[in-house]
Write a protein that binds this ligand. Sequence first.
Ligand SMILES: NC(=O)c1ccc[n+]([C@@H]2O[C@H](COP(=O)([O-])OP(=O)(O)OC[C@H]3O[C@@H](n4cnc5c(N)ncnc54)[C@H](O)[C@@H]3O)[C@@H](O)[C@H]2O)c1
Length: 260
Amino acid sequence: MKYKNIDISGKKILLLGSHGVLGRQHSKILSQSGCELIIADHPKTDVMKFAKKLGVKGIKIDVLKEKNLIDGVKKSHKLLKGLDAAIFNVAITSEQLKKTKSFFEFEKYPLQLWKKTIDVNLTGAFLFAREVGKIFTKQKHGNLINISSIYGVVAPDHSIYENESFDSFPGYSASKFGLIGFSKWLATKWAKNNIRVNCVSPGGILNGQSQSFINKYIKRVPLKRMGNKNEITGMIIYLVSDSSTYCTGQNFVIDGGLSS
Ligand SMILES: NC(=O)c1ccc[n+]([C@@H]2O[C@H](COP(=O)([O-])OP(=O)(O)OC[C@H]3O[C@@H](n4cnc5c(N)ncnc54)[C@H](O)[C@@H]3O)[C@@H](O)[C@H]2O)c1
């Protein structure tokens, strides 16, 4: 059989975390793929403007505010008149912490920043799963995709961050490892309800890092380069589609071979 393009036309999809480095890319590609898409992001982003530009609907959701998240998911469900797939692409990342220079020696690491990272990256994923799960369970089908990271699979090589303007941070690894574990728990719990749950774990994506960082990073990568923004969305499309109906409880690592 000749393999054709993966078809997601007509799928009703909610993408939460649509405004970041990868989120914008996922939003653009999904919006051109024939699905019915709602993009959602923090109220401080211009998610509504971006949605308008893409010709899709936008919703403001702050995952730190439980009621806000509950209402946002309900609204998406109402607008889409159903929900086939939900994608959790939200995180506190080093990209964000770079702006406020919020990197610390571990022995002096602020409890508040640790807690905020866990609250957004992990508790946010829990709340999102719980709310979309209400819809999925009722309609007897669903598909949840959580975005973890290569740092939810292996530890960083800390030496590559020396003399750079950003760093790895402990809550990130803890939350990303946790997200994979949580997704596996949920996948086995929900399998009887015809709900699939998978993770996608990208490796480092090119985004204006210094040449010195790139050189250090790619030493550990068999493909000898960082990823490009457009090299992750394909896995999301596959997981949303009916080509992946036997996949659940998995973590799909896209890292140029680093973790191997
Ligand atoms: N870019 C990479 O190199 C890379 C590598 C591995 C994993 N990832 C993962 O991919 C996903 C997307 O990453 P990215 O590079 O686009 O990150 P990013 O920092 O550019 O975007 C993160 C998104 O989360 C949103 N967000 C943060 N706090 C929020 C809150 N309280 N409520 C709602 N939204 C909130 C931001 O507005 C933003 O849209 C993340 O889960 C990240 O950990 C990225």
